[in-house]
Design a binder for this molecule. Structure first.
Ligand code: ADE
Length: 363
């Protein structure tokens, strides 16, 4: 057996989590029944870089039922559910993932997946494909899939430069993915992550969301549902206008920074909240990101401004400013829904991962 997980003794608990997810993922289970009979992946090696959650576990089991062998690394250093990783390892999946990987460990795990010489890749954020194109690997890949908006943007940039070596299906762009997972999944799981991390009352709070794409829109609806006063910042004028007509306050971050109690980035862009914003924020402001990479909050800028830093509880770091104000950063600026909670609920991942399973079969 070839795997690297936090604690293989967690496998029994992981099995129960997988069962719970399976009971809430009827579409994928229906596909699994067919794959078990037809065995479309006999002799195929799949290399996956996905958040190692119970829902991903159900997907991996489905691919295995179809005859595939699967090697799996996490698509974020903080998103692995260690119980699930252990359960999959016991079942013969080559899992290289644990919660709290260093940057070096994270990329090492991706390299271990590529050592299995996959002929199909599954990615969430395009780190696996980027490593595969680094020049260090010589693999024969038939095709791949990409789960998320940020990954699709990176792959399109590679395709535009003519350097993408094989076709990749943008699973993210299926209507049955982004109209549901990105909206309702991100909406609920981001609120869940903030609440598990902080337990603050959302009712009455000024809740600033950067970005009014599918994710921002879903989050805005759920934050409003919790009684928060939602403020949107958005650089795209049409999206900004949509936010206005959906009944939200819309303003530039320069203004929002002065009034917000909780800030969440959902843009896919770099340095959306930065020094000039930290400088005018209220004492006690909470900062979180729900975009794929930890680049939306300018962490370097925050480090430069702080005079003290304290881990106040799991997932919460207190940054003390020179003037005595305190700002609270959740999950090191990494995606709060997966790092502090369990990611999107099973029912919505069922739709996304049904698309994944069928896309792999198409490849
Ligand atoms: N992305 C967001 N939520 C997820 C989940 N529960 N499993 C896998 N990937 C996800």
């Amino acid at each position: 057996m070839d795997y690297m997980v936090r604690d293989i003794g967690l496998a029994e608990r992981g099995k129960n989590l997988l069962k719970w997810a399976e009971d809430h993922m009827p579409v994928l289970m229906e596909i699994r029944r067919r794959f078990s009979v037809e065995k479309p992946f006999e002799g195929i090696r799949i290399g996956a870089c996905l958040h190692v959650t119970k829902e991903t576990g159900v997907l991996v089991r489905t691919l295995k039922a179809g005859g595939a062998s699967v090697a799996l690394a996490a698509s974020n250093p903080l998103s692995t559910q260690d119980e699930v990783a252990a359960a999959l390892a016991v079942e013969g999946v080559n899992v290289y993932a644990w919660k709290g990987e260093t940057k070096e460990e994270y990329y090492n795990c991706i390299a271990l997946v590529l050592k299995h010489q996959p002929s199909i890749t599954m990615d969430d954020g395009a780190d696996l494909v980027t490593e595969l194109h680094s020049g260090r690997w010589n693999l024969k890949v038939i095709g791949g899939t990409e789960e998320t908006t940020t990954g699709v943007m990176r792959l399109k940039a590679m395709a535009d430069r003519g350097i993408l070596k094989y076709p990749i299906i943008a699973v993210n762009n299926a209507e049955t993915k982004w109209d549901f997972d990105n909206v309702y999944g991100t909406g609920q799981s981001t609120i869940d992550g903030i609440m598990r991390a902080t337990n603050v009352l959302l009712a009455g709070k000024k809740f600033v969301i950067a970005g009014y794409g599918h994710c921002g829109r879903g989050l805005a609806a759920r934050a409003r549902g919790m009684g928060a006063h939602v403020v949107i910042t958005e650089v795209d004028p049409i999206r900004a206008l949509k936010a206005v007509m959906d009944g939200f306050d819309v303003m530039p971050m320069e203004e929002a920074a002065k009034v917000g109690d909780i800030f969440v980035t959902a843009t896919g862009n770099k340095n959306v909240i930065r020094k000039e914003h930290f400088e005018v924020m209220k004492d006690g402001a909470i900062l979180a990101n729900t975009g794929h990479f930890n680049v939306e909050i300018d962490l370097k800028g925050l480090e430069e401004l702080r005079v003290g830093k304290l881990k106040i509880r799991d997932s919460v770091e207190e940054y003390s400013m020179r003037d005595g104000r305190k700002l609270y950063l959740l999950t090191e600026g990494r995606l709060v829904n997966l790092a502090a909670a369990e990611g999107h609920p099973s029912e919505v991942m069922d739709m996304s991962f049904a698309n994944q399973a069928l896309s792999v079969e198409y490849c």
